[in-house]
Write a protein that binds this ligand. Structure first.
Ligand code: PEP
Ligand code: MG
Length: 755
């Protein structure tokens, strides 16, 4: 054959089109397809394996291998080269296949004489449906064009498998292990708490392609162009709407995402697919499946994120081409099941119907998690095998609290969860009814309860909970979801929007707390040996004063005409606070000089997270308007325990007498100096821990919004005088933890502890 591969596959597609248009059973067509592909791609062997129930790949058709192997040779997913291609959804291109460690010899096929092998997965909706393989005797490496050609042809086979009678209806639905159709608990990673029940809606399910082969190639190019502009226009509309999507984070995410749509390599490959005879839909589908498959092989989270965005765009593009996911006939209670959806995709659904989000990949900082968290739904990520094991319409329970889901749950689990949900609902209405109550303890001590926020969308909770303010606004979150550093205007807009939503309630803006476990995608990752103790937080701010200055300037602009609270994180000594304060003062002076409208009141505080500062607190307090204890880091440093390391998590307890004694000491010093002190670490959000904090003298806590109700209920039922007397005695105890004693105390004294 002297044909070049690219003209070869174009010709192959032309001939395949005739095969598909002709009559005959699906089996006949597969038999024809392997002949055409072998001939047109100059291969001595072409074989098609189809995935059957039980995760078995069966040889359905071959040209070149022994005919008696058809419907006899079977491999498990993951077994042999064919099984590996299906398991990894990656192509294999081998000049000496038998040397490959996964090669599994099947004597009935007679394949021992063939050295080279090129195999691609046959994918549909991100799932393997089969494998297409060509082989040659000579040891040769197949070209990229040949591999792409085979991938294009695999689209035809995927459609044939999906639409035909090759497999019985049950098998077609569940071309996977039938054992998995029973109830199943699938563990994952908790991203957002909560419990939800609903029906699975598979995001990017088998997207339907109405026609594979183009009747008119020019017309298909036109359709692609039209769909691209329609998609861009739709994204523009999304960007300009004014509700939830208006918030800075979503806008930026969507903007960066739109830029990826202009990725040239990606478009080129779609156009090539059309040139070779596919319709625009089929060409986009092919590139989409390929992007999804490539993503699995990439370790770098940044590149994976970009690939995921490209896959997301391809799905949207298909919708604009007239195929795509139908948004009609979706259940009222959607549990969205997705591999790694793009952030905008969540907003395509009627978000009021989405009860939970479950992803196979992703994680707490993935863009979509941030958008979903703003919607206040439970999220579980990193669920292995999710897309393979959940079918559309499956009942799913999402247990965000414990990072797990139950698919097709048994009646027992269902009724247990329904009861829990009922109880939570009752509690929620109880918390709602407390909204108007003043937060005072049973013995009349007023307690200030605020919430922690990190996004504009979180600000809605201020009104909903009736909190006194925002005790901690983590400004790094808006920085983390962007693809570039936000400039002065963008930062000012974020802070201004936050303040206007706060409607006069105080918002404690914490300056950038990056480094450690919080990396910005556009800032070179630090190679610190020990990031928690490394170049992070205020250390970055003081070493990069330009960055800090810009942030403070944005805060001052946003706070014009209002009260502005600024706090510096991870202060370890007085000198650090004074340096940060000096920068703020300079900015304030600059604003005054330029005749800018300054905040009516500027209050400046520090976070106490580094133990060393406790012994310099008396010297620091005269400089402070307030102090905020960051117990997450303080606990980590006091006990020398990495807060992100699961091997040591649980080794020590925040209710250790030592930590509580430290808090009592800090409170005493602050009270003496008349400086308000608050605590905003996670422990404040757990009712028992919060009770202990009141017991050592704290009167101001800031908690995550979902924990506001439980902490308020505890506060209303606790008698602080009695509790403090009890705890004073307890703190001298040699116990590992005071948890048991404090819980017993709460029970004996009618303190409500429910979360
Ligand atoms: C803390 O350390 O307690 C704190 C509130 O800061 P972050 O959790 O953001 O480090
Ligand atoms: Mg901290």
């Amino acid at each position: 054959m002297d044909r070049t591969p690219s003209t070869g596959h174009r010709e192959a597609l032309r001939r395949l089109r005739r095969v598909m248009a002709g009559s005959g059973s699906a089996q006949n067509r597969l038999d024809e397809i392997v002949k055409v592909v072998a001939a047109e791609m100059a291969a001595e062997v072409c074989s098609i394996y189809v995935l059957r129930a039980g995760d078995v790949l069966e040889l359905f058709a071959t040209e070149g291998l022994k005919r008696e192997a058809v419907h006899v040779t079977r491999l498990q997913i993951g077994e042999g080269l064919v099984g590996t291609i299906a398991a990894t959804t990656q192509r294999l291109n081998l000049s000496d296949a038998q040397e490959h460690p996964s090669f599994s010899y099947r004597p009935e096929t007679g394949e021992e004489v063939y050295s080279s092998l090129l195999g691609v997965p046959v994918l549909r909706g991100g799932r393997p449906r089969g494998v297409l393989v060509i082989q040659n005797r000579e040891k040769r490496e197949y070209s990229e064009e040949e591999a792409e050609a085979l991938e294009i042809i695999s689209v035809v086979i995927a459609e044939l498998i999906a639409a035909s009678d090759l497999l019985g209806p049950d098998e077609r639905l569940h071309a996977r292990d039938s054992r998995l159709l029973g109830p199943e608990r699938m563990p994952g990673t908790m991203v957002n708490e909560g419990l939800a029940v609903g029906q699975a809606v598979l995001h990017t399910p088998g997207v339907s392609i109405r026609q594979i082969f183009a009747d008119d190639i020019d017309a298909e190019h036109d359709r692609l162009r039209d769909a691209m502009s329609a998609m861009h226009a739709a994204i523009d509309v999304l960007l300009s709407t004014t509700d939830l999507r208006e918030s800075g984070e979503h806008r930026e995410v969507l903007n960066s995402y739109r830029r990826f749509a202009e990725d040239r390599g990606w478009l080129r490959r779609i156009r090539e697919g059309i040139d070779s005879g596919l319709t625009a839909d089929a060409a986009v589908q092919q590139v989409r499946e390929d992007t999804a498959a490539r993503m699995r092989g990439v370790g770098d989270p940044y590149i994976r994120g970009r690939l995921s965005d490209l896959e997301d765009i391809a799905t949207r593009l298909m919708t604009h081409l007239g195929g795509g996911v139908s948004m009609q006939h979706l259940p009222e209670d959607i549990v969205l099941i997705a591999r790694n959806p793009g952030p905008a995709e969540m907003l395509d659904y009627d978000t009021s119907r989405i009860r939970a989000l479950v992803t196979e990949e992703g994680g707490p900082t993935s863009h979509v998690s941030i958008v979903a968290r703003a919607l206040g739904i439970p999220i579980v990520a990193k669920v292995d095998g999710l897309m393979r094991n959940v079918d559309p319409g499956d009942p799913v329970i999402v247990d965000g609290d414990n990072g797990q889901i139950f698919v097709r749950p048994s009646d027992d689990i269902q009724s247990m969860i329904t009861e829990t949900l009922g109880a939570r609902e009752q509690r929620r209405s109880m918390y709602a009814s407390m909204h108007a109550l003043k937060t005072v303890t049973r013995d009349g001590v007023p307690i200030s309860l605020s919430i922690n926020c990190g996004m504009l969308a979180d600000m809605q909770w201020l009104e909903e909970t009736g909190a006194d303010g925002v005790g901690l606004f983590r400004t790094e979150i808006p920085f983390m979801v962007r693809s570039t550093f936000p400039d002065l205007e963008q930062q000012t807009a974020i802070y201004r929007a936050v303040l206007s939503q706060a409607d006069g309630k105080p918002v404690h803006f914490r300056t950038l707390d990056i480094g450690g476990d919080k990396q910005l995608p556009y800032l070179k990752e630090s190679d610190d040996q020990n990031p928690a103790l490394g170049w992070r937080s205020i250390r970055v701010g003081l070493d990069r004063p330009g960055m800090l200055r810009q942030q403070l300037r944005a805060m001052l602009h946003a706070g014009s005409g209002r009260e502005l609270y600024v706090m510096f994180p991870m202060i370890a000594e007085v000198a650090e606070f004074r340096s940060a304060l000096a920068i703020l003062k300079k900015e304030r002076e600059r604003l005054d000089r330029n005749g800018g409208n300054a905040p009516t009141e500027l209050r400046v505080g520090a976070m106490l997270e580094v133990p060393g500062l406790i012994w310099q607190l008396e010297a620091l307090l005269p400089h402070l308007d307030f102090l905020s204890i960051g117990s997450n880091d303080l606990f980590q440093f006091l006990f020398a325990i990495d807060r992100g390391n699961p091997r040591v998590a649980g080794r020590y307890d925040v209710l250790a007498p030592s930590l509580l004694s430290v808090v009592r000491e800090i409170v005493r010093k602050c009270n003496k100096a008349n400086v308000p002190v608050s605590l905003c670490g996670e422990m404040a959000g757990h009712p028992l821990e919060a009770m202990a904090l009141l017991g050592v003298g704290m009167t101001s806590l800031s908690v995550s919004p979902s924990q506001f109700g439980p902490v308020k209920a505890m506060t209303l039922t606790a008698d602080i005088g009695a509790l403090q007397a009890y705890m004073d005695e307890l703190l001298a105890s040699p116990d590992h933890s005071l948890r048991r004693k404090l819980r017993a105390y709460a029970m004996d004294h009618g303190v409500v502890l429910e979360s």
